[in-house]
Ligand binder design. Structure first.
Ligand code: TRP
Length: 334
């Protein structure tokens, strides 16, 4: 690996991503791979913490692999792999569990939220989710982890576990820092702009998925909920229009104030069409490329295979160090 800092991130293959996921993660990943030794995982073991249809999980895993590539991740420069292909993630999780307290896991906001959402399936893995995530990060001695607001608490726990382990057994893990990207406006629902845009929203008009065709995108933006005062400005009293301005700014790489100027005195209808077209212009080539990639599963398999081989090498080094520190007898080779 080159003498650059190491960056790790992962996305769960739990469904078709929205433009919120794209802006929050994938779009930045492409830029980051130039500046860091970058490792991007598909967190498929995390996905199992809530009930999945096995066929869907498999399909979504290929979808996300293709999407990573279609968004410009380069499997030569970055390590792209499926978490389940690298057994060290589960193995390190076991060791880290020995320095994790149930209380700190049951206190996690996401665990509490998901326990309410999935009352019928509050399982041990759901509670252990943050420890698996810590293993993801610490195995690669990552310096930086780009995470959204909802994963900040898990990164804090990762830092605590790394420090706790280092204190108890001697320097072993790099304590990772959050990577805060410049413009991370939260992308909100198009129908209820005070809620985050979510791919699991029952109302399909609430979100733009990375699989939406241009005509669908434009139609959904036309229907987006706004207010009645026809001023295209950012304001806490105008969550709908603010969200559309943020989306337009992000997709055209303009500043919010440039967007306000551009549409000064214009009608909402005209602005909504402009937002839809700007989004479609970026999303459509990605969608087309993804369709092409999905038609060649053996290529996608080969990307995941070479990613997993490289990941295993790095993860194996860390895991051996950990096993030695805690006093496990190294297996005799050969
Ligand atoms: N839990 C993250 C999410 O759902 C995905 C994830 C798994 C992750 N392992 C990670 C993100 C390690 C950053 C680092 O968004």
């Amino acid at each position: 690996m080159e003498n650059k800092k190491t960056l790790f991130s992962a996305v769960q293959p739990s469904g078709i991503l929205t433009i919120g996921n794209y802006l929050g993660a994938l779009k930045n990943f492409k830029k980051l791979q130039d500046d860091y030794n970058s490792i991007f995982a598909l967190a498929d073991l995390h996905t199992l913490t809530v009930r999945q249809e096995p066929e869907n999980l498999r399909k979504n895993t290929y979808e996300l692999t293709a999407l990573y590539l279609a968004c410009g991740l380069d499997p030569e420069r970055s390590i792209i792999f499926a978490q389940s292909h690298v057994p060290m993630h589960a193995e390190l999780t076991w060791i880290l569990n020995t320095v994790t307290y149930p209380g700190e896991l049951s206190r996690m906001t996401q665990f509490k939220d998901k326990s309410i959402k999935h009352v019928d399936n509050v399982n041990m893995a759901l509670m252990d989710y943050p420890v698996l995530m810590a293993s993801d990060i610490l195995l690669y001695q990552a310096d930086l982890v780009p995470v959204g607001a909802d994963q900040k608490q898990h990164l804090e726990l990762t830092r605590d576990l790394a420090e706790r382990f280092n204190n108890r057994f001697g320097e072993t893990f790099i304590v990772p820092e959050p990577y805060i990207s410049g413009s991370a406006a939260r992308i909100m629902s198009l129908t209820e702009p005070d809620h985050k845009m979510s791919k699991s929203d029952a109302n399909l008009n609430a979100f733009i998925s990375m699989n939406d065709e241009p005509s669908v995108i434009v139609k959904k933006f036309k229907r987006a909920v706004t207010d009645s005062d026809n001023k295209i400005i950012v304001s806490p009293e105008k969550p709908g229009i603010t969200n559309l301005i943020n989306i337009y700014a992000a997709f055209t790489e303009k500043t919010v104030s440039d967007v306000e100027k551009e549409f000064e005195g214009k009608m909402y209808g005209e602005f909504k069409v402009a937002v839809g077209e700007a989004v479609a212009e970026v999303i459509e080539p990605i969608r087309q490329e993804k369709i092409k990639l999905l038609s060649d599963k053996s290529y996608l398999d080969s990307v995941l295979k070479s990613g997993a081989d490289r990941a295993k090498y790095l993860a194996g080094k860390t895991l051996s160090k950990v096993y030695k520190k805690v006093g496990l007898v190294p297996p005799v080779r050969g």
